[in-house]
Design a protein around this ligand. Structure first.
Ligand code: HPA
Length: 254
């Protein structure tokens, strides 16, 4: 009996260990999927996992493509097209992000309520892929019902969560102090180098989306402290149990 999932999870920062909780029934290496970009940089090859989590059939994407690695926007978002083609209806994404809202602390979680696309290219540029609309609305990119499920779960589990706006940038540079201040003045609460391209394509495909950021460093107000990749990784890892618990509840209630 094969898993027949309607929910896909991109195992980004803060969610990597969720893989240990999946009863994996089958997996497909990216190298076996036609037109799928293959990561040559990382030691381990990416794959799609199929199995059960919290009693629900799910698909998990292990290994993600970032624009800063040199992939085109079409390559970064191709996995979303694959998800749609195999019948996925719901997408869950996570990321690490720099916090710019003065109420945020390192290790906090932020439910993404909305985003700002600051990438130099929109992933939908070019010939429109039917049946998605040429000019898709991004009015409610992040599903309100999913947000309220997670808010309720957070309250029950006594996990502090913020809600806010994520701005996605090309990277790979972290922001200058002036850039953090600019993004804050735009109305963003957190900044990172992923998620926005995938969410745009997911919305174009008609998927319902839930996104969550782990705040791994702080910029844009008071004392801006220089950030390093190691600190980002460490903060994301330590927030992992909280993030995993909330995602488990969301999947159960989808
Ligand atoms: N800026 C951009 N991307 C990030 C950051 C940041 O401060 N932290 C984690 N990813």
């Amino acid at each position: 009996m094969h898993a027949n999932p309607e929910t896909a999870i991109i195992l980004g920062s803060g969610l990597g260990k969720l893989v240990d909780e999946i009863d994996i029934e089958s997996e497909i290496a990216y190298s076996d999927i036609p037109n799928m970009p293959v990561s040559t940089v990382e030691g381990h090859a990416g794959k799609l996992l199929f199995g059960k989590l919290g009693g629900k059939d799910i698909m998990a994407m292990q290994g993600r493509f970032h624009y800063y690695e040199g992939y085109s926007m079409k390559e970064v978002t191709f996995p979303i097209r694959v998800m749609h083609a195999i019948g996925i209806k719901n997408l869950i994404v996570s990321n690490a992000a720099g916090g710019m809202n003065p109420q945020f602390s390192i290790g906090d979680l932020m439910i993404i309520e909305d985003h700002i696309n600051s990438f130099p290219e929109n992933p939908l540029r070019g010939k429109n892929i039917e049946p998605g609309p040429r000019f898709p609305s991004m009015h409610e990119a992040y599903d309100k019902q999913f947000i309220s499920i997670v808010e309720k779960a957070a309250e029950e589990l006594s996990i502090k969560v913020h809600k806010g706006v994520y701005v996605g940038t090309a990277g790979p540079t972290f922001e200058t102090p002036a850039e953090y201040r600019m993004f804050r003045s735009w109305g963003a609460d957190a900044v990172g180098m992923s998620t926005v391209p995938e969410v745009i394509v997911a919305v174009h495909c008609g998927l319902r989306v839930f996104g969550m950021s782990v705040i791994t460093d702080l910029g844009g107000f008071g004392n801006i402290v220089e950030v390093s990749h190691e600190e980002v990784q460490e903060a994301a890892d330590s927030a992992q149990p909280k993030m995993t618990a909330l995602m488990r509840e969301l999947i159960k209630n989808i």
